[in-house]
Design a protein around this ligand. Structure first.
Ligand code: ZN
Length: 445
């Protein structure tokens, strides 16, 4: 019985730590949803001569990537004219995102998720943490999204963005959506929940009180924090407390928490985050796009913070986000030697966080027994790959290349650049047909 698939030959980089194992003529043997063995291509093909071969054509063989902060619903924003000037972050939220999320209906929630998940697969992301909002079809929206995740074949950690911006009742409905989804998926191997909160400045004290009272203690929050000075200014004005103080006050700042951005926090805040064990998520492309400022990554890491990486709905391409983090860091430090000691760890933190979320300690590593989440970035590296220069190949090579294969839990989702689970042409057609009505609803808000 031929139940082994060998993915190779190519340059295997075992993980995103600062000391990965590199096998230059390597391969990965997979059985069902697990990695059976990692070694040289010759050794594995000799061991399993009848194995099915998935030809990596000499490309880089990497663990599936993890995105710690995405917004699937941003997919239909491409080309959307807000029709009004947006001079600052508050106007971007009110003029674009809070109108778009209210305009979403069941069909466009589903399409947005499918489009974003297709892009995740296209760029080699096999585990994605999404932060969802669709106030006009709130109840059941996470389960609806989960259905698309299952169809796509990825793993995802979903949450609904609790906010009082459309009233307290809606905030409480969002809380229930999170609690229900998380409870229904406590032991799901591919889907988990978090407790989504928009940002301190749109979540009232009374809502946070309910969150604190109703959440299971191991259900972490996933929140935007100090993305723009607006968060701190309005939190002070409305609730007389800074955002981080509020989270701490309500007992929400803990090792389960995911905190997106942190651009405008102070060093003492980063130290508190370190003490809490929470994870900060850097979103360099989004921060640049919204012109909200730049996270001082060297300082944050020096203070011991665990920092991961997300795309914040800007794209689904994690290697491009890694490159953006690196370039933003160098632009900030003005030091052309900086970055190599700090930026590589971002993807490792993502893998660790996903491993924790799914109770899969080996997730994100290419080794026997790990979940078979494996990608091939196309093209043989033109120069030698080793343990000391693996990050250089990711940064200057892989981030500029296309992904040939994406395998998640042993299922080939992208084979020779083609999707196997999602019909991207039909999705584009269906979205084209649905977009005029969506944009019309958007313009009426
Ligand atoms: Zn976000």
């Amino acid at each position: 019985m031929n139940d082994i698939t060998i993915l190779g030959p190519g340059a295997v980089i075992s993980d995103f730590s600062d000391s990965p194992t590199v096998i230059s003529d390597g391969a990965v043997a997979m059985k069902e949803d697990r990695i059976e063995s990692v070694g040289t291509f010759d050794a594995l093909t000799q061991q399993w001569p009848r194995a099915e071969l998935l030809n990596a054509h000499g490309g880089l063989i990497l663990p599936g990537l993890v995105n710690l902060h995405h917004h699937f619903y941003s997919a239909p924003a491409r080309g959307l004219d807000p029709g009004r000037p947006m001079h600052n972050f508050g106007e971007i939220l009110e003029g674009l995102w809070w109108r778009l999320d209210r305009a979403l209906d069941i069909q466009t929630v589903r399409l947005s998720a499918a489009l974003s998940l297709a892009d995740c697969i296209r760029w080699g992301c096999t585990t994605v943490f999404d932060h969802h909002a669709s106030p006009s079809c709130l109840a059941g929206s996470l389960e609806l999204t989960a259905g698309v995740v299952r169809e796509a074949g990825l793993s995802a950690v979903l949450c609904y963005e609790v906010s009082d911006r459309n009233g307290h009742d809606e905030a409480l409905a969002g809380l229930q959506e999170n609690l229900q989804f998380a409870a229904d998926h406590r032991n799901d191997p591919r889907l988990r929940g978090l407790l989504g909160l928009h940002a301190s400045f749109t979540v009232s004290d009374s809502t946070l009180e309910q969150v604190a009272r109703q959440r299971p203690t191991d259900l972490g929050i996933h929140i935007h924090l100090a993305e723009d000075p607006l968060d701190e200014a309005l939190s002070m004005r409305r609730y007389d407390q800074l955002p981080l103080d509020r989270l701490n006050h309500f007992g929400l700042l803990d090792r389960h928490a995911l905190l997106a951005h942190g651009v405008h926090l102070e060093p003492r805040d980063f130290s508190r985050i370190t003490e809490s064990g929470a994870t900060l998520i850097h979103n360099p492309e989004s921060n640049a796009n919204n012109a909200v400022g730049r996270l001082d990554l060297p300082t944050v890491l020096e203070l011991g913070c665990s920092v991961g990486l997300g795309t914040d709905g800007m794209s689904s391409n994690m290697l491009r986000s890694l490159r953006a983090a690196f370039l933003a860091l160098r632009a900030g430090t003005g030091d052309p030697t900086s970055g190599f000691d700090t930026v590589p760890g971002l993807l490792a933190v993502n893998a660790q966080r996903a491993a924790k979320s799914f109770g899969e300690p080996l997730l994100g590593q290419l080794e026997a027994g790990a979940p078979a989440d494996v990608i091939v970035v196309d093209g043989p590296p033109p120069t030698p790959v080793g343990e000391s220069n693996a990050f250089g190949h990711l940064l200057y090579g892989a981030s500029e290349s296309v992904v040939r294969h994406t395998v998640a839990r042993g299922q080939v989702l992208l084979k020779d650049f083609r999707h196997t689970t999602l019909d991207v042409a039909s999705l584009a057609n269906e979205t084209h047909a649905a977009t005029p009505a969506l944009w019309e609803r958007f313009r009426s808000l």
